[in-house]
Ligand binder design. Structure first.
Ligand code: BGC
Length: 758
């Protein structure tokens, strides 16, 4: 029975794939011809090997945290299985010297192979080059997004690329372009937040920084947009569990960041380990070929995520055998398999190719993309790189950019009675489980996969406590932990210390984690942390609540006891110093939330909710987050005025110029992110309450004002309709910037109004 159905499936796939191949022919560049010439010399074994990626453990004597290349294993990988790519570390950050040894050994072995094709090494440098000692670690993406500063994203990308190349690696598995919609999901901190526009614009800036003008020069690396698609929205909130996303919804919210990344030139893509509507993406010809290649016109390398072809059989149960899994994935459009622990992919794909169940053209297509990437990243000329080319590695110049990013990310959410900045000479108690660990600044993917030994590696970097001590002087600062992440710890000592202090800096939140290790069953902060807050509040001393965490854990009970609240997210190695600068007023905060901060664990709306979710005005259970996306205070004040549009009616093909005056009406220089939202009054698909369409960040001295200009076209106001088409339906639109609003009509010659109004 299985035999018949497998054969039918294969016939169906092969016929649809042939059609696809025929319709997709593009003019060949000189590089394409060079690649094809090389492919023409390759055996099937060599081609299938190129599509195989194994982890460093596979070619090492010891694994996880003590990799030393094992020459025999390496020889087997390169000469017998012809592996095209190696990845990872996981358990340790190595010195640049050790990386040089590892990469040199790999490329020396590749140079002994028949065609001397270099191996491409890939790594997860997702907030700086986190697997090399002494690198510059930046804010995680969720914090970077809170800066609303594209230039910083570009610089973060550029410096990361420099330091990844300084580690002799040309391929970075970053950026995460998953939409941060679900606060439970343990990887939301790796995303650029909940907004599709913010995500796609900041994501494109990161990619341009990673890849520069020439991805082959010695300071840039190939980006890998991930995890395509819908990974971030599992129904359970837990990592690698099913998502249910209608096609229209997928195109409206999840696809735009990837479409923009393709336009920005991203060289590679990694596939979502989960499944949408019961279809694992690794098996989806629709997602991997029809949409990705046919619609987005992506022509780079599609690599699987960790073991995901094997999981089509083991976890998803959509392939009856491992061999079927390989057939389904490669025919769906996978170019490279992150196998990563054995050579079964190689063996099965060899068999499938010989049996004609995976067509030769599909293998050639995948290998073409992989070899092209190797040429483009300069690997044929420079397989290793020169250690002396990177004098700025880990430099103060780079550190300053990370500090700036943290300073512009950290978000002041409440400041009752101007308790901040702290008064000169104030006696401060620093307390709470996130006060004295780098883990709560860096999060996962920091020196190790889980970031669990960051304190050991980040020597010389300040925790929140150390940074405050340095800023205020040890005599003015006392410290009591009060609680661990989920247990009380000498709470009486913390309360007694609070009685002696003028202000309590209470640091709550999370330690580091990622992927399934970070799964939670409850978004509420552990009870011990709330108890600590309550006990400290009973002293009557003002509390400055610091939330150092990767996702917005519910803190409502503790938060109502604070005089000031600051979200630091995972703000990187310089986050402690940046926070200390904000507490003392040396830095004026300018971050704005890149995610909505929920008030209740079971009330998780994004700011772009539907009108229906608002509830009635007297409805206690309507939309009521603790802090909305875009919230964030400054020590100065800004006023908005004169919101104007260039015409009262926008027609297709025209551009609307929107201007607004922003003035610093306070006493301190400050930066302000100016956010433009649109709301459509009526549309055939219920319109979102509001959507971010443009933003800019400006810097104003006290009393200074600036006119901020945005250009809006009909395309910027579009949505995906019930035919999965992106359209802008005619009708009334409202634009909002700060407290200013203005309305206009959009008139279309081609799209009829579907709302009954003309
Ligand atoms: C993660 C990816 C990562 C890969 C390689 C996977 O478990 O989902 O984001 O790039 O491992 O380390």
């Amino acid at each position: 029975m299985r035999k018949i159905s497998t054969t039918l499936i294969v016939m169906f796939f092969l016929s649809s794939l042939t059609i696809n191949a025929q319709t997709k022919k593009k003019p060949q560049s000189a590089l394409d011809k060079k690649v094809d010439a090389l492919i023409s010399k390759m055996t099937l074994e060599e081609k299938v090997g190129q599509m195989t990626q194994v982890t460093l453990d596979e070619v090492s004597k010891a694994s996880y945290s003590k990799h030393e290349i094992d020459p025999d294993k390496l020889k087997e990988a390169v000469q017998k299985y012809h592996v095209g790519s190696i990845l990872n570390v996981m358990g340790a950050a190595y010195s640049r010297e050790h990386w040089h040894e590892i990469i040199s050994a790999i490329q020396d072995e590749a140079a002994k192979s028949r065609l001397k094709i270099p191996v491409i090494y890939g790594i997860d440098a997702i907030h700086g080059e986190n697997y090399t000692q002494g690198s510059t670690l930046f804010p995680q993406e969720i914090a970077l997004a809170a800066t609303f500063n594209r230039d910083l994203a570009y610089q973060q990308g550029e410096i990361t690329a420099y330091e990844v190349r300084a580690s002799y690696i040309p391929w970075n598995f970053s950026p995460v372009l998953d939409l941060g919609k679900s606060p439970l999901w343990p990887r939301i901190y790796e995303t650029l937040g909940e907004d599709p526009y913010l995500g796609k614009t900041m994501g494109a800036s990161l990619i341009k920084g990673y890849q520069g003008n020439d991805v082959g020069d010695k300071y840039h690396v190939a980006a890998c947009m991930k995890h395509y698609l819908g990974y971030s929205f599992p129904l359970s909130g837990k990592d690698r569990t099913p998502s249910w996303i209608p096609d229209r919804y997928m195109r409206e919210y999840f696809l735009p960041a990837f479409a923009e990344a393709v336009k920005a030139g991203a060289k590679t893509i990694m596939i979502n380990s989960g499944e949408i509507n019961g279809v694992p993406i690794h098996a989806s010809h629709y997602m991997l070929t029809d949409v990705l290649r046919g619609e987005l016109h992506f022509d780079g390398v599609a690599v699987t995520d960790w073991r995901d072809i094997q999981y089509l059989h083991d976890r998803h149960h959509i392939a009856a055998t491992q061999k079927d899994a390989v057939m389904i994935a490669v025919n769906a459009g996978v170019d490279m398999s992150m196998v990563p622990y054995d050579y079964t992919f190689y063996t099965y794909l060899m068999e499938l190719a010989k049996e004609g169940k995976v067509p030769q053209w599909r293998i050639n297509e995948a290998v073409h993309r992989i070899l092209k990437l190797k040429f483009e990243t300069g690997l044929f000329e420079r397989p290793v790189g020169n250690p002396n080319d990177y004098p700025k590695y880990g430099s103060d110049e780079f550190r300053a950019v990370s500090f700036k990013a943290a300073s512009e990310a950290i978000t002041l959410l409440k400041n009752n009675n101007s308790v901040l900045p702290l008064k000169k000479g104030a006696k401060v108690l620093v307390t709470g489980p996130t006060a004295n660990t780098i883990r709560s600044l860096d999060g996962g993917w920091s020196y190790t996969w889980q970031g669990d030994v960051a304190d050991q590696f980040a020597k010389g970097k300040n925790t929140i406590l150390a940074a405050i001590q340095q800023k205020l002087g040890n005599d003015n600062v006392s410290y009591q932990p009060g609680a661990t992440f989920d247990q009380l710890k000498n709470i009486d000592d913390a309360v007694n210390a609070a009685k002696q202090a003028d202000v309590i800096v209470l640091c709550l939140g999370e330690l580091s984690y990622t992927e399934n290790v970070g799964n939670i069953d409850d978004l509420n902060l552990p009870e011990a942390q709330t108890q600590l807050a309550k006990a400290l509040a009973a002293t009557g001393k003002p509390i400055v609540l610091i939330l150092a965490e990767g996702r917005p854990r519910i803190v409502t009970d503790a938060e109502q006891l604070s005089s000031a609240t600051i979200m630091t997210y995972f703000s990187g190695n310089e986050g402690g110093d940046a926070l200390a600068g904000i507490l003392t007023g040396d830095i004026n905060p300018s971050g704005k939330l890149s995610i909505t901060y929920p008030r209740y664990a079971n009330s998780l709306n994004n700011y772009y909710r539907k009108n229906l979710e608002n509830g009635n005005p007297d409805d206690k259970h309507g939309y009521n987050p603790l802090y909305e996306f875009g919230s964030g205070l400054s020590y100065t004040s800004f006023s908005y005025s004169n919101l104007k549009i260039s015409k009262p009616e926008l027609k297709e093909g025209e551009t609307l110029t929107v201007t607004v005056d922003v003035k610093n009406t306070g006493q301190m220089q400050g930066k302000e992110s100016v956010l433009l939202y649109s709301s459509q009054s009526y549309a055939s698909i219920s319109p979102d309450f509001k959507r971010l369409r443009a933003y800019d960040k400006i810097d104003l001295k006290p009393g200074e004002s600036k006119t901020v200009t945005f250009k809006i076209t009909a395309k910027d106001l579009a949505f995906v309709n019930d035919q999965s088409k992106t359209v802008t339906e005619p009708g009334e639109f409202k634009l909002t910037i700060g407290d200013q609003t203005v309305s206009f009509n959009f008139v279309s010659n081609t799209i009829p109004s579907r709302t009954g109004r003309l």
